[in-house]
Design a protein around this ligand. Sequence first.
Ligand code: NAP
Length: 338
Amino acid sequence: MEVANMIKLGIIGTNWITGQFIEAAHESKEFKLTSVYSRSEAKAKDFGEQYGATNFYDNVTDFFASDSFEAIYIASPNSLHFEQIKLAIKAGKKVIAEKPMVSNPTEMAEVQEVLKKHPESQLFEAARQIHQENFKIIEQKVTVMETIQGATLTYMKYSSRYDAILAGEEPNIFSPKFSGGALQDLGVYVVYDAIAWFGAPLKVQYYPTMLPTGVDGKGVAILTYKDFNVTLNVGKTANSYLMSEIYGLKDTIVMDNAAELNEVVYRDGSDKEDMLSQFPAKNPMLAEANAFARVINNPGDAASIADYKKWQALSIAVNQVLFDLRQSAGIEFPADHK
Ligand SMILES: NC(=O)c1ccc[n+]([C@@H]2O[C@H](COP(=O)([O-])OP(=O)(O)OC[C@H]3O[C@@H](n4cnc5c(N)ncnc54)[C@H](OP(=O)(O)O)[C@@H]3O)[C@@H](O)[C@H]2O)c1
C-alpha cells in the first residue's frame, strides 16, 4: 500500500506500549504515524520523531481540531480515556482506545450515545489477544467440544510499578484516581477470554488482595454460569507460571498463558495431544492493527460490519463484568461518582 493511502495515525500516551502499537501499525503497512499529543510538546517531538511523525501538540483542543490524522490510538492512564474518547469521536476520528476502554458502564453508555451521533467515527478497544489467531482457534474449539465444565484462567505478572507501592508511592496503575488495579489491568484479558468463549456470566464475585492505595494488587474471581464456574486468577504483585485450562468431559484445552496464548494444546484424556496453536507474531499488537485497519478501510463490507458489532458487544459486556466484579468487592473509583 502506498503511503498516500495509509491511515494517518495520531497518538496520546508516550510510554512503551504506544511504541509497540506504532511498530505493529507500521508493520501492518496500513497506518502511518503523523501526529503526537503529549503534555509536553518537547516530549511529543522527542517520542514521535523516531517513528516519523511530523505534527506535535501539547494542547488537546488543537490536537483534535487537526486534520493531520484520521485515527487515534489512546494509551493514557485508564481514567483519562473517557474524556479523550469523547473528544476524538466528536472530531470524527476512528478511535482505538487501550483497555480498559472506560471505567464503568455509566461512562460506556455515554460514549455509546456520542458514537451514535457521529456515525463517521468508529470505536475499537485494544484488547489485543482477541484478534490473534490462537484466540480464535480456542473460540472455535470450544464450540465443538461436547461438554464444557468450566475453566481456570490465570494472568499474573509482577509489575515493576509495584516496587513504587512498596516504597510508599502511588503509581497511576495502582491508583483509584486513574481507575487502576489488577482487575482493570490484567484482569481485562481473562474477562475477555471468558465472555468471548462462554458468554456473559449469570453472577460474579471477586476476592481481592487490596493495596494501601485502595485498589486490588491481585485477586481471584469466580464467574458463575448456568452449568459451570470459571475461575480467574489475576495479579500484578506476584508472578504465576500456572497453565490455564478449559475443561470438557475427559478432554481439556491447555494454554501456557490465558492472555498471551503462545502455546495451546488439546488433550483428549488419553495420551493424545494436539498442538492447536500457531506460532504467534513477534509483535502481539500486529493482529489488532490489521483487524482495525480492515474494518476502517472497508466500513460497508458485511464481514467488517459483523466484526465491528461483535467487538462492540464484547467491549460493553467486559466493561459490565469488570464493574460487577469491583462492586462485589467494594472497590470504587472517583470515576464512579462524577
Ligand atoms: N495492550 C497492552 O498490552 C497494554 C500494555 C500496557 C498498558 N496498556 C494500557 O495503556 C494505557 C497506558 O498505560 P501506561 O502504563 O503506559 O500508563 P502511564 O505510563 O501511567 O501513562 C501513559 C501516558 O499517559 C500520560 N500520562 C501519564 N500520567 C499522566 C497524568 N497524570 N495526566 C495526564 N497524562 C498522563 C503520559 O504521556 P505524556 O507524558 O506524553 O503526556 C504517559 O506516557 C492504559 O490504559 C493501560 O491499560 C496496554
